[in-house]
Design a protein around this ligand. Structure first.
Ligand SMILES: C[S@@+](CC[C@H](N)C(=O)[O-])C[C@H]1O[C@@H](n2cnc3c(N)ncnc32)[C@H](O)[C@@H]1O
Length: 283
């Protein structure tokens, strides 16, 4: 969002000190027809939150509801508490990116519109004939990005524990005419991985928790396969902890690995980053 565009709209309504606190950015999820905005109103602007929400709506004609993040992401489903500031109570939208559609309600399922470039980065690596497992698949943005970019992908498994996210994933693969490529499972990754076939590629988009499931990933990756492992790391040392997790579990499974890419994905809070290691499992 760059130079606080909200400040321009609000300049006659806030004091100089309040202007300093205006959020630099907020997320818009949805389409040109209907979208919701998710903003974090800082402490000193509580009393101005409706004014700010009105400014967001004024600047984005497609926004029908403005939600205020009143907690961090929490629990197994990684949801945040969202307070409706103004607009429609129904916050279900159809998000459009790169020509595909993702239906979701941000109050019920995790979704990050900021990860679109990362989804494409992963999708661009998938080769024809691959079988892919998306762990923690949510409403299925990673799987759909892959199947759209690589129509010759053989099969995509999606495993998600939140039943509402699983329902959206089923609807989304249908909406994008991709049902024939997908097997969707509403269960715990740990349990599913003990029973499933070995795959060519595993995506682990659960940056605060994926490290606890590396054993599951190594148990179902083929020799020559690739694991995309996400983690949260401090800015001063972005890859060491993630690499040592991967090397340690690879050692337990007596597998040789090569780190193909170390990627800084997005900022995560202050001075932390969401990162990804693309890990080739050689043997
Ligand atoms: C950070 S979100 C990512 C969702 C999705 N990949 C996306 O990018 O929108 C992590 C997801 O993992 C799911 N999850 C957490 N633990 C799980 C487990 N043990 N098995 C399956 N899904 C799990 C949560 O419900 C949540 O939807």
């Amino acid at each position: 969002m760059g130079e606080r565009p909200l400040a321009k709209v609000l300049k006659d309504k806030l004091t100089g000190d309040e202007m300093e606190l205006i959020p630099r950015s907020y997320d818009i999820i949805g389409s040109r027809e209907k979208a919701v905005a998710v903003i974090e109103i800082p402490e000193g602007l509580e009393s101005k939150k409706i004014l700010i929400a009105e400014a967001v709506m004024k600047m984005n004609k497609n926004v029908r509801s403005v939600l205020n993040k009143i907690s961090g992401r929490k629990g197994v489903f990684r949801l945040e508490d969202l307070e409706l500031l103004i607009g429609d109570k129904n916050t279900e939208v159809i998000h459009k990116e790169y020509g595909y559609l993702i239906k979701l309600d941000p109050q019920k399922v995790f979704f990050s519109p900021r990860e679109l470039t990362e989804r494409q980065r992963i999708a661009n690596q998938v080769k024809s004939g691959e079988t892919v497992l998306i762990m923690f698949s949510g409403s299925m943005p990673y799987g759909i990005a892959i199947a759209k970019r690589q129509p010759l992908v053989k099969k995509i498994y999606g495993v998600e524990i939140n039943p509402e996210a699983h329902e959206y994933a089923k609807e989304n693969v249908m909406k994008n005419k991709l049902s024939h490529k997908f097997t969707l499972i509403n269960d715990d990754v740990r349990k599913v991985c003990t029973e499933m076939e070995k795959v060519d590629r595993i995506v682990m988009p659960y940056s605060v928790g994926a490290y606890q499931y590396l054993d599951s990933a190594f148990s179902c990756i083929k020799s020559g396969g690739t694991i995309h492992f996400y983690h949260i790391s401090p800015e001063e040392d972005m890859f060491s902890e993630a690499e040592s997790f991967v090397r340690s579990i690879a050692g337990d499974f007596e597998r040789k690995i090569e780190i193909l890419n170390r990627v800084k994905v997005l900022p995560f809070g202050t001075r932390y980053f969401k990162i990804c290691l693309d890990v080739k499992v050689l043997g």
